[in-house]
Design a protein around this ligand. Structure first.
Ligand SMILES: NC(=O)c1ccc[n+]([C@@H]2O[C@H](COP(=O)([O-])OP(=O)(O)OC[C@H]3O[C@@H](n4cnc5c(N)ncnc54)[C@H](OP(=O)(O)O)[C@@H]3O)[C@@H](O)[C@H]2O)c1
Length: 242
């Protein structure tokens, strides 16, 4: 079955991790993909036959230029983002700016400049984080940025509803991608840090890229046609634990 046949979907952050898993699964389901990320080579590795856009989504002019060339879209999965650790007092202003730009300004600019390209009835999925719902120590700017992403999804759900365009956010817990790997490698004992991270949720393991992709694709597709403005945790139950 190819439920996405004839549908054009933009995936950002498609050169690795969750974005790559979304792109490959959507390709298998028949979608026509436009892939964005800063490294063109990584995008080619994801899907050689897709349209590739080497794009820094934090740069207003670059996103505007990309929007000028981009054809109409049936959906978007905005997965590009990055992670820096540090508390409020320990995070430098440039590091704070980078977290807001990479995680919040980027999806904002994509929606700002490409919103007009979305066809009526389209669906957009923003990738937030469960740490945008519940605070964790030592990750302040990232938590704040992801909370903003969740609100962005809700605001867009209201703004786009008259065009029957839906917008939802997924809020994953730790998934073993390059992002988490670099954080683990930076710790004194990576194996112990991995164990501790997995212990946080009732299912006691990290998530898998394809599990997050499955939820994102459900939200993109027709089966979720009455779902908009939601923020859905996908974290092995971590958000349910007080
Ligand atoms: N892994 C987790 O545990 C986890 C948990 C919750 C939420 N998330 C979120 O899930 C999303 C995907 O992360 P991931 O875990 O799959 O990590 P990842 O493998 O590091 O993927 C992040 C992607 O974003 C792209 N990117 C980063 N900055 C960009 C920019 N300025 N412009 C355009 N593209 C940019 C990167 O590609 P280039 O470097 O080529 O640009 C990369 O492909 C992120 O938004 C992350 O915050 C991850």
């Amino acid at each position: 079955m190819k439920p996405f046949l004839g549908r054009r979907i933009l995936v950002t952050g498609a050169g690795s991790g969750i974005g790559r898993a979304c792109a490959r699964r959507l390709d298998a389901l028949g979608a026509e993909l436009v892939l964005a990320g800063r490294r063109a080579e990584a995008l080619r590795e994801t899907l050689p036959h897709a349209v590739h856009a080497a794009l820094d989504h934090t740069r207003d002019e670059a996103v505007l230029a990309f929007a000028r060339d981009c054809p109409p879209l049936d959906g978007m999965v905005l997965a590009a983002g990055s992670l820096l650790t540090g508390g409020v007092e320990g995070t430098s202003t440039p590091a704070f700016d980078r977290m807001i730009a990479s995680n919040l300004k980027g999806p904002w600019l994509i929606c700002h400049h490409l919103g007009g390209l979305l066809k009526d009835g389209a669906s957009v999925v923003l990738v937030g984080s469960n740490v945008g719902i519940r605070a964790i120590p030592d990750t302040a700017a990232y938590c704040v940025a992801k909370a903003g992403v969740h609100m962005l999804a809700q605001v867009l759900a209201l703004e786009w509803a008259p065009r029957a365009i839906r917008c939802n956010a997924v809020a994953p817990g730790p998934v073993h991608t390059a992002m988490v790997d670099s954080r683990l490698k930076a710790s004194a004992d990576p194996a112990a840090a991995l164990h501790a991270l997995a212990r946080v949720n009732p299912l006691r393991r990290l998530g898998r890229e394809e599990e997050v992709a499955a939820l994102a694709i459900h939200l993109l597709g027709d089966e979720s046609r009455w779902t908009t403005g939601t923020v859905i945790p996908i974290d092995g139950g971590a958000t349910a634990v007080f």
